[in-house]
Write a protein that binds this ligand. Sequence first.
Ligand SMILES: NC(=O)c1ccc[n+]([C@@H]2O[C@H](COP(=O)([O-])OP(=O)(O)OC[C@H]3O[C@@H](n4cnc5c(N)ncnc54)[C@H](O)[C@@H]3O)[C@@H](O)[C@H]2O)c1
Ligand SMILES: O=c1ccn([C@@H]2O[C@H](COP(=O)(O)OP(=O)(O)O[C@H]3O[C@H](CO)[C@@H](O)[C@H](O)[C@H]3O)[C@@H](O)[C@H]2O)c(=O)[nH]1
Length: 437
Amino acid sequence: MRISVLGCGYLGAVHAACMAKLGHEVVGIDVDARKISELSLAKAPFYEPGLDELLAEVQSTGRLSFTTDLSAAQGSRVHFICVGTPQKKGENGADLTYVESAVTGLLPHLSPGDLVVGKSTVPVGTASHLADRVTAVAPDADLAWNPEFLREGHAVSDTLQPDRFVYGVANSSSQHLTVELLDEVYAGPLSEGTPRLVTDLATAELVKTAANSFLATKISFINAMAELCEATGADVTQLADAIGMDDRIGRKFLNAGIGFGGGCLPKDIRAFMARAGELGADQALTFLREVDSINMRRRSRVVELTRALCDGSLLGKNITVLGASFKPDSDDVRDSPALSVAAQLQLQGAIVTVSDPKALRNASLRFPELQYEPSTELAVKGADALLLLTEWQEYRDLDPCELVDAVATPRILDGRNVLDPAKWRAAGWTYRGLGRP
Ligand SMILES: NC(=O)c1ccc[n+]([C@@H]2O[C@H](COP(=O)([O-])OP(=O)(O)OC[C@H]3O[C@@H](n4cnc5c(N)ncnc54)[C@H](O)[C@@H]3O)[C@@H](O)[C@H]2O)c1
Ligand SMILES: O=c1ccn([C@@H]2O[C@H](COP(=O)(O)OP(=O)(O)O[C@H]3O[C@H](CO)[C@@H](O)[C@H](O)[C@H]3O)[C@@H](O)[C@H]2O)c(=O)[nH]1
């Protein structure tokens, strides 16, 4: 099937490559000429494990191409909308200008029988409004909402082997054709047993924001427990292991630390609250305000703990921050807790050096005032304290005995609770975890 993908960022570039891998003929379209020229050379414009290899593989088949020319969408049967929906400046709500302009640009290129499929995360009600816009101009075309649940760092496998598909479809006479078309798009994973749920448009939109809200709540719950552990001398890691053994709770997403960031969870819970307010249902989501504030409190807590670790003063202290991306195996620094902590420490007088295996280019664009050093060995040299804030494997594997002579004072704050405190203490370090004695 011929497919177009509008928006080739973290979601769309992976989606386009994966659709080609499933055997479809795909054109990826983006307004960003730099991204398109890199993708045309089979090079991912961001770091995502396995994506460069997949792009090279599918581009060699001739089934995948990229362009900035929206008219290339003409002739595709299915058009995926994968453009950004960031938080509006100074407000909680989602900025839908990119979605609106992508749909506006697409309308003249639609043919009868075409299907527009939204994958971007949008406030509930957006899909029905966009469906009206599509059918007003192209009465024989349809719109469905098919939210995406991939995680950065695992984006390729999450797209090819998702936990489930959700098809939000409009209540129309062509509903069964829409479902059949989506089944044809996803025939590969469906034949391997991936479940699919067919819902109305509003439910599909809500499934996505509810899932991210639940994940954010789980993280803030364990971080609230970490605050209590800090107040009582208990150990939040053991607590998470113990409650996580209950099948009804589960151990996943119970890692306490400096909290969640990225281009999704923080802005999605805020947009959800804003939309609930517009719908007169804001009371239903007041708990998300608490989820957000517990999360932001973690960042200030790390700054305070670093000050305490540095004998009560940050002024002139050399602090090395290990990790810049919002999570390991990604170069994405959107709302990165690590960079937010690094910037706060610098503002309070510390001399901060940030290191990261992949994210330094993005980090230096966003925080040009910080110092960056790609080599871990050089970054830690002469440090008064190390802060492990993004748990890349190479930081988990650091040898405390090898490192102890490189730093000025052997102090480490483990912001992700991934190091073995006994091993670090035995090597002469002052070790601090979060919510750990
Ligand atoms: N990143 C993820 O892991 C992920 C996962 C699931 C859902 N989502 C959702 O997917 C959407 C995209 O997120 P992202 O992380 O890929 O964002 P992104 O910023 O990486 O990519 C968005 C892309 O859309 C392009 N764009 C903007 N306007 C356009 C237009 N009119 N026509 C064509 N392209 C246009 C931008 O140039 C950019 O390359 C968001 O709604 C997000 O919430 C993201
Ligand atoms: O136990 C945990 C798990 C995660 N995190 C943090 O939470 C954030 C988000 O992590 P994760 O959810 O793995 O990353 P994303 O790639 O942002 O994926 C989320 O957001 C995407 C965009 O909506 C969804 O598609 C995914 O299903 C959803 O997991 C990161 O900062 C993590 O460090 C924790 O602090 N503790």
